[in-house]
Ligand binder design. Structure first.
Ligand code: HEC
Length: 189
């Protein structure tokens, strides 16, 4: 058997494809079957829960903001996933409160997802409520006015378009609100 795989290219290719398929099934198809909570939206996302019922289903303006986020390639530099690392939960926390780790149920309505892969800038999964509109305006106009040495590019065409600017900020303010993890510490309060 082993000898055959060593000597027969076709056999080796078929065997590796079968192993790959098993790996694929075990990591993508089986987990959601085992834990079905993954495919249900996080419970705080239910708007029926009152003013703190945070939305993951976005309204029209927030959806427009999301489209701008995709169009401008914000996701080239920003991830939206707090990993199971102390460095992440502390870094994206707020006033001493650790950021909750991202869970699959937060992304049920996020299609295509904006997890991102490259962390050139900070993770944005919990950025909603961290800054007010004025901060974002100054930051998009020229990030270096607020953060010395920032490599984030300026986005004057967004700031100069009030509809687009407000949509993008509205979208950013929804990020991480599903968890309702620091409602009393918002910039608004
Ligand atoms: C070239 C990489 C790059 C791109 C593209 C980029 N950013 Fe950034 N962003 C950064 C870096 C680096 C920082 C950290 C320094 C700073 O705050 O300016 C940052 C910071 C931020 C912050 C503040 C986060 C925090 O917790 O303080 C927000 C919000 C943000 N970016 C949103 C956006 C949006 C929205 C877009 C798309 C319109 C975008 N960024 C595009 C690199 C980038």
């Amino acid at each position: 058997m082993l000898k055959k795989a060593d000597n027969n290219a076709l056999w080796a290719v078929i065997a590796s494809l079968v192993l790959f398929l098993i790996g694929g099934l075990l990591t993508t198809v089986v987990p959601p079957l085992v834990d079905t909570s993954w495919s249900k939206p996080f419970e705080n996302t239910d708007p029926a829960k009152g003013p703190t019922g945070k939305l993951v289903k976005l309204n029209a303006q927030q959806l427009q903001g999301r489209a701008i986020y995709i169009r401008e390639g914000c996701w080239y530099c920003h991830t939206q996933q707090v990993r199971t690392l102390l460095a992440d939960t502390k870094r994206y926390g707020w006033r001493g409160v650790d950021a909750p780790i991202s869970t699959p149920d937060e992304f049920v309505n996020d299609s295509p997802h904006m997890f991102g892969t490259k962390r050139t800038g900070p993770d944005l999964a919990r950025v909603g409520g961290k800054y007010d509109e004025q901060w974002h305006r100054t930051h998009f106009r020229n990030p270096r006015d607020l953060v010395k040495g920032s490599v984030m590019p300026p986005y004057p065409w967004i700031v100069n378009n009030p509809v687009e600017f407000q949509a993008l900020v509205a979208y950013l303010q929804t990020l991480g609100r599903a968890k309702d993890w620091r409602p009393a510490n918002d910039y608004e309060k």
